[in-house]
Design a protein around this ligand. Sequence first.
Ligand code: A3P
Length: 299
Amino acid sequence: MPYIPERYPRYKGYALPNFPVLTTDLLGHLDKIKNFDSRPSDIMICTYPKSGTNWIYEILTMVIKGCAEYATKNKGASMLEAIDDFRVLENVPENSTRIINSHLPLDDLPQKHIENGYKVVHVMRNPKDVAVSYYNYLASKKDRTTMEVALDFPISWPMFIDHFGRGDDQVYGGWFNYVKTLEKAKETGKLSNILTLHYEQLKRDPMPSLKALAEFLGVKASDELLEEINDKCSFEKMSTIGEEAKDNTKIKMMSITGKNFMFRKGQIGDWKNWFTVAQNEAFSQLIETHEGLKITIHL
Ligand code: A3P
């Protein structure tokens, strides 16, 4: 029996958030995404939800702009499965870099982007922390009244983590499926132009990741600029509405109820506060034995 309610859109057996465009025209919209007219200069952020998408979106925007100023648009404005009118992307002048993002599995992303080897930035995070972050995100839904874009189902932590681990009936097809597909595509060369960053490395020792990002993007960025970007994108600064960000629609939107639900703790290892010893053993075992999962997970 599916544990995510039937009212959520489903595609190829996986559940999707109930973004209006997906509930009204699921197949049409997914088809538009697959056939999206990608440009060589497009950069696509690919992440499983709760891996640090908002964080990397902000960093990437600053690196591309060459200055440490917050993006004026919400990442949601260029999230392929959430936007209902692609003209917002189509109308971007050809000489500007479009930073698009999606949580969709590889096969459902713009095929032109993949086939032509345009740039992909992938952020990976310890799945234990992803699970905790996701669970809390879903649980915080009840505090939000104006956003109907997340899955809201009454669910206990033990049930959530059990399903998350097994990967059945998961949003976007589940974490394991998501990373395994990307990993395989890297191995086979289907994804030829991808940079994988790790949430944990970005948090513990940001500069090497930031330098790798600038190099991957082909941007000359001084250490001073990268330090400044790192400072502006710290969890503390991004999660508080500072003077500088007070006109920032993105941060305003995320604080609809005064509670910044996109920025919860921003820590490595919060899973230790959630997993029982037995749950941790079972999950670690799952990571080790997962067929085809050879990636390094930073703990
Ligand atoms: P937690 O729930 O563990 O705090 P996404 O943007 O993909 O939805 O990911 C959300 C997670 O990234 C949340 O994790 C959020 O707090 C964390 N995050 C957001 N901005 C961050 C930052 N600047 N530094 C570290 N973590 C950040």
